[in-house]
Design a protein around this ligand. Structure first.
Ligand code: NAD
Length: 444
């Protein structure tokens, strides 16, 4: 179901009317394309307090391909290093640095604030570093015009030099059009093992990725994006979707694996279909069976929990245990803002998606220690797919407009975030749940 309001608001009469009536004016987001792969303009590098990252940050920023400057009229991106902010006085330097430039950031531009983890032994430092979270989330709501704001916390256990290096894949993602629909997020980068890709354009070259629910929607976009990044993709979906699945797999030069993911031995069957193992496991398949709890039969509860959570737990356990998911591997599961905020008629769905968040948080440190594998989740907000086209009109309109960017996301937005998690360069990104929701007001 096309977003007619978005289309109308971009016509001349639409612009006039929406402005006169004070209605949202969603900007046209700059998403990645081969023709326009980078943000357009300079990158402004600012610091508040004394950086804990030393010179390494400047080197990493220079590698993003953007022209790094200490002053710029209309920067495409601003990176504020606030890692050294440890008291209220130095927090004021965040205001000093960003106040003069907030208005001048280009359309679809980025503000990325770098912070430090909260120090439990220093409640002043913890207070102001937590303060950055409120700051970033508020600025994200103020910026408008397709501009996004995020906070990246860089772990202290990482040495000064490795600090910015460990964050390179994350900075490259946030400072590119690939993160167009990601705003108001707090991302932690830790000291996990990073493999610097030989070619940042094709970081998944030589790797095999399995995507569940790949016959359409978000899963299809994920498969396509991972293939663009060099992966050999294996597309899995239910046997009933086999023809669509084969069409997607053929187009991407990958292979199709028709299999219901709720089958008891799905993990073993995946391992058997991939005798050389796999590097990237994307749990995307999901279903909704909405009804208020009072009206919900047990079957509607269990079918949703089975596809969205139980099968994710089962196949993850099986593929980790058998070693089919190789060292350096990546697991990305799919949560939802419904799992964070809750939603009428979705007790089953929200339980399953909140379950994904719990799974990610608990398994991430263990999977890294025992298997060298990271575990993260994307939590999509309102994304334009068949799943959301079935949502009643009024709720659909609210879903599209109730976020800082005033529009729904596209499947590719979730796919780009998934691809960033899947990169060998993202070894320091583990146990994270990143919302791809244009900073939705739900669960904010
Ligand atoms: P979709 O319904 O368009 O596609 C889901 C795919 O999963 C389908 O191809 C379906 O056949 C497949 N699938 C379902 N059950 C399966 C099973 N048992 N085994 C194998 N494959 C199975 O949905 P979508 O909108 O692309 O959503 C993809 C994921 O993103 C889901 O996990 C969904 O919950 C999540 N999500 C979507 C949105 C959104 O706005 N669209 C928001 C939040 C979360």
């Amino acid at each position: 179901m096309a977003d007619r309001y978005l289309q109308f608001s971009r016509t001349a009469p639409g612009r006039f009317l929406t402005r006169r009536l004070g209605l949202p004016q969603p900007a046209e987001l700059h998403r990645w394309s081969a023709e326009r792969p980078a943000l357009e303009g300079a990158l402004l590098h600012l610091t508040a307090g004394v950086s804990r990252l030393g010179g390494s940050l400047g080197e990493v920023l220079a590698r993003t391909g953007l022209e790094v400057r200490a002053a710029a009229d209309r920067p495409a991106a601003v990176v504020l290093d606030a890692t050294g902010v440890a008291d209220v006085e130095t927090l004021a330097e965040v205001h000093t640095a960003l106040h003069p430039v907030a208005r001048s950031v280009a359309e679809s531009g980025r503000v990325v604030v770098l912070g430090a983890p909260l120090d439990p032994a220093d409640h002043h430092q913890a207070a102001v570093q937590q303060g950055l979270e409120g700051f970033v989330r508020s600025l994200g709501k103020e910026m408008g015009r397709g501009r996004t704001v995020s906070l990246v916390r860089i772990a202290t256990e990482v040495e000064a030099r490795a600090g910015a290096d460990a964050a390179e894949s994350t900075l490259r993602f946030l400072l590119s059009p690939k993160s167009a629909f990601v705003s108001g997020q707090v991302i932690e980068v830790g000291g996990g093992e990073v493999t610097v890709p030989e070619d940042w354009e094709r970081p998944l070259a030589g790797r095999t990725a399995l995507v569940t629910g790949a016959a359409r929607g978000i899963g299809e976009a994920v498969a396509e994006t991972l293939a663009r990044d060099g992966a050999r993709v294996v597309c899995l979906d239910i046997p009933a979707a086999q023809s669509d699945l084969e069409r997607v797999a053929d187009r991407l030069g990958g292979s199709a694996l028709p299999l219901d993911i709720t089958t008891d031995d799905a993990g073993e069957r995946i391992a058997a279909a991939l005798p050389d193992g796999l590097d990237v496991l994307i749990h995307n398949a999901g279903i909704t069976r909405d009804r208020k709890l009072a009206n919900m039969p047990a079957e509607q509860w269990s079918s949703v929990l089975d596809v969205n959570l139980a099968s994710v737990l089962r196949t993850t356990d099986s593929l980790l245990k058998s070693g089919a998911l190789r060292r350096g591997g990546r697991i990305v599961a799919t949560a939802s803002i419904a799992g964070i905020a809750g939603n009428v008629g979705q007790t089953n769905y929200a339980a399953s998606k909140a379950g994904i968040v719990g799974l990610v948080r608990a398994l991430a440190p263990r999977a890294a220690a025992e298997h060298g594998v990271t575990v993260n989740a994307v939590a999509p907000g309102f994304i334009e797919t068949r799943m959301t086209a079935a949502v009643p009109l009024f709720i659909r309109e609210a879903g599209r407009r109730m976020n800082s960017l005033g529009q729904g996301g596209l499947p590719v937005d979730v796919a780009e975030t998934t691809a960033w998690f899947a990169s060998p360069g993202s070894g320091g990104v583990n146990g994270q749940v990143v919302r791809v929701c244009g900073q939705s007001l739900l669960g904010a």
